[in-house]
Design a protein around this ligand. Structure first.
Ligand SMILES: Cc1cc2nc3c(=O)[nH]c(=O)nc-3n(C[C@H](O)[C@H](O)[C@H](O)COP(=O)(O)OP(=O)(O)OC[C@H]3O[C@@H](n4cnc5c(N)ncnc54)[C@H](O)[C@@H]3O)c2cc1C
Length: 348
């Protein structure tokens, strides 16, 4: 008989669960129902007890690990906190969000409990065994994995489950505080400095992914480069739509190589923006590819995009024609400038 622990953590507020944590709660509730298994939810945070209100309606046993030390992600303290929660729960299956915070410590926590771990899980189901699905080979091959060993830790990819939305404070759940013995720490965090919001172009929670290809920095029909204009149109589009920015490898490489000569570059792009076989495969409801011809961004980078559209000057581009739902054979400079003007006029 399986028992399930959902390991979660709070967001920057210190008292509310992250979206990815709430997605893991949904996965736990669904799997517990399928298996008729006992469900426990473990929460780590500065004020984990306050965050617990969001999941009391699940009817699960709730364990909290609260401490000022959890105000920031830190390997030693996070590992100790999650380990204490997992020990208290004694579960055979441990589901957790594949967030940077959890991913950093989860393998260690699994090891400390004598357990096993699999990552990038996209769905869970149960027949005779518990089956977990994940992608391999840059999202080209989908596999179903199961294990006999327990406890089995499963890190879930963000965006694969709906975030749990039960009524806050509903239900009869009792919240149990778990004592954590924290290791000595040598580092004091005095504050955080983060980039300005409009400097952050990678937005995993955005509904739309704008893919920029190398065409933006190539000679245009007038025989000239329009790189400054390209940068402005792309940044305006991101500001007006809240979209996330993906890039083809050709465009990202121009920056990495410090492209000199004729080829100027877009300064806000890094390899973190690159999508495709050697980039990422983000999940967004919609995608708009612009000035992009490549196979890898369209076939692999777009793997998990729902509704796909492309703007290209090339009517014979097989990848946009093959992978986009709608292809506009048009000049992306003109189209995006017009879209930006319409959005600006609408007060977006
Ligand atoms: C092992 C390997 C791994 C790779 N991994 C990746 C990867 O992860 N991601 C990736 O992206 N690539 C990857 N590549 C590279 C990939 O094969 C392509 O070379 C690359 O994606 C092409 O980038 P691009 O489409 O932006 O540029 P280009 O091929 O130069 O295409 C530019 C397009 O823009 C169009 N265009 C120009 N101006 C305009 C305009 N004004 N309006 C509309 N359209 C316009 C042109 O018609 C052209 O179709 C990989 C290659 C290899 C060999």
């Amino acid at each position: 008989m399986e028992t399930i622990l959902v390991l979660t953590h709070v967001d920057e507020s210190g008292a509310a669960l992250t979206k990815a944590s709430l997605e893991a709660v949904t996965a736990g509730v669904e799997l517990a129902r399928e298996l008729s298994a006992k469900l426990t939810i473990g929460i780590l945070g500065v004020n984990a007890t306050a965050a617990a209100a969001a999941v009391t309606a699940t009817g699960a046993r709730i364990l909290t690990a609260s401490d000022a030390a959890f105000a920031q992600a830190r390997y030693a303290t996070d590992a100790a906190g999650f380990e204490a929660l997992a020990h208290a729960a004694q579960a055979s299956l441990v589901l957790a969000p594949g967030s940077a915070r959890v991913a950093r410590v989860a393998a260690s926590v699994a090891h400390r409990l004598g357990g096993f771990i699999d990552t990038h899980i996209t769905s869970l189901s149960s027949n005779d065994s518990v089956d977990a699905t994940r992608w391999f080979y840059r999202q080209r091959v989908e596999a179903v994995v199961n294990r006999e060993g327990r406890p089995w830790f499963l890190l879930l990819d963000a965006g694969t489950h709906a975030a749990y939305t039960g009524e806050a404070g509903a239900g009869e759940a009792t919240v149990e505080a778990v004592a954590v013995t924290l290791p000595a720490t040598r580092t004091t965090v005095e504050g955080l400095r983060s980039p300005l919001l409009d400097a952050q172009t990678i937005r995993p929670d955005a509904k739309l992914l704008l893919v920029a290809g190398a065409g933006w920095t190539k000679k245009q029909p007038d025989g000239k480069l329009h790189v400054a204009e390209a940068g402005k149109e792309i940044l305006d589009f991101l500001r007006l739509t809240g979209a996330s920015l993906g890039s083809s490898k050709s465009l990202a490489d121009q920056k990495a190589e410090g492209a000199g000569g004729e080829q100027s570059v877009l300064p806000f792009l890094t390899h973190m923006n690159q999508i495709g076989q050697t980039g990422s495969t983000p999940r967004h409801a919609k995608g708009l590819s612009t000035c992009c011809h490549g196979e890898e961004p369209h076939v692999v980078g777009w793997r998990f995009i729902g509704d796909r559209r492309a703007i290209s000057l090339d009517p014979n581009c097989g990848w946009t024609r093959g992978k986009a739902d709608v292809v506009y054979i048009a000049d992306a400079f003109q189209v995006i400038a017009k879209v930006n003007a319409l959005l600006e006029a609408r007060g977006a």
